[in-house]
Design a protein around this ligand. Structure first.
Ligand SMILES: C[S@@+](CC[C@H](N)C(=O)[O-])C[C@H]1O[C@@H](n2cnc3c(N)ncnc32)[C@H](O)[C@@H]1O
Length: 264
């Protein structure tokens, strides 16, 4: 399902965040321009590959946490190119009736997701811009699958740092339209970390993405907290993704904050 209008062509002249991330995770849905960028990225921050894997591990833990608290509907924003441990696979291992709506703006992510979910009537993928919450929530693939009068887990994992400007504005619309009991889970890159060297490496990552199709905006811990609005923080609070929901376990923090909260 596709919400437009969109340019038909793929831009293969510039690296793209979805494909670079796919490459870092060992996937095959990337091009030379993305692999070259990944090499520059790893030169800027050698921790980036470990961070990508830590992010996927966080995604798994947060999906399981949501399933354990009875959530049966997921809206996965910026869902990415499918890889090992996709949201519907994690959720369906517990309950195959759980509904999952994937949303991404990248045509490769959407096309490959459509292949992976073919034949499943509990999973959809929609091509849409997550900065337009009403378009996302009213899209056939979302409104036709999820009941927004019941709790939904809204996942915004490693995607909001690809949105510049006022993320608080569009995230507030998502929050308002979710039912009580809904969960909002975010992971977000930041240079607001204690280790000054790590902060500098994160700023080098931003610099490396500057002229790509996916410029990066780091946000402070307070700015990420603001994206949760008046939802109640869950687990240990805003911690490094490696430490959610069990703090104090991280041998190598990923400079990506985890923020999970529940609508009262
Ligand atoms: C680093 S990947 C994260 C994938 C997955 N959420 C994960 O954590 O493993 C970021 C994804 O966000 C998507 N994205 C970035 N900006 C977006 C936007 N404005 N609307 C929808 N998707 C977006 C990219 O296409 C990419 O697939």
């Amino acid at each position: 399902m596709v919400d437009g209008p969109w340019p038909d062509e793929l831009d293969l002249s510039r690296p793209n965040g979805a494909r670079v991330y796919d490459y870092l995770l060992g996937g095959a849905h990337n091009f030379q321009v993305d692999r070259d960028h990944a090499a520059r990225l790893l030169a800027a921050n050698p921790e980036q590959q470990v961070g990508a894997r830590a992010n996927r591990a966080f995604l798994r833990r947060v999906v399981e946490w949501c399933v354990e608290r009875g959530i049966t509907q997921f809206l996965d924003l910026g869902s990415g190119v499918p890889t090992v441990g996709n949201v519907h696979e994690i959720a369906h291992a517990h309950d195959p009736s759980i509904r999952v709506a994937y949303v991404d703006s990248d045509p490769i992510a959407v096309a490959h997701s459509a292949q992976v979910i073919a034949g499943l009537d509990t999973v959809t993928v929609t091509r849409a811009d997550l900065t337009r919450p009403d378009v996302v929530l009213d899209a056939d693939g979302v409104a036709g699958l999820l009941d927004l009068d019941r709790p939904v887990a809204l996942l915004a994992i490693a995607c909001l740092h690809f949105t510049g400007g006022d993320a608080e504005r569009f995230m507030s619309v998502f929050r308002e339209r979710l039912a009580p009991g809904s969960v909002l889970a975010i992971s977000h890159g930041s240079d607001d970390v204690e280790d000054a060297d790590h902060a500098a490496r994160m700023r080098a990552v931003v610099e490396s993405f500057r002229d790509t199709a996916s410029p990066v905006t780091l946000r402070s811990r307070a700015e990420i907290r603001a994206l949760l609005g008046d939802f109640t923080l869950a687990g240990p609070g805003i911690v490094d993704i490696t430490e959610w929901p069990v703090p104090g376990q991280a041998p190598r923090p990923a400079a990506t904050w985890a923020a999970v909260a529940v609508k009262g």
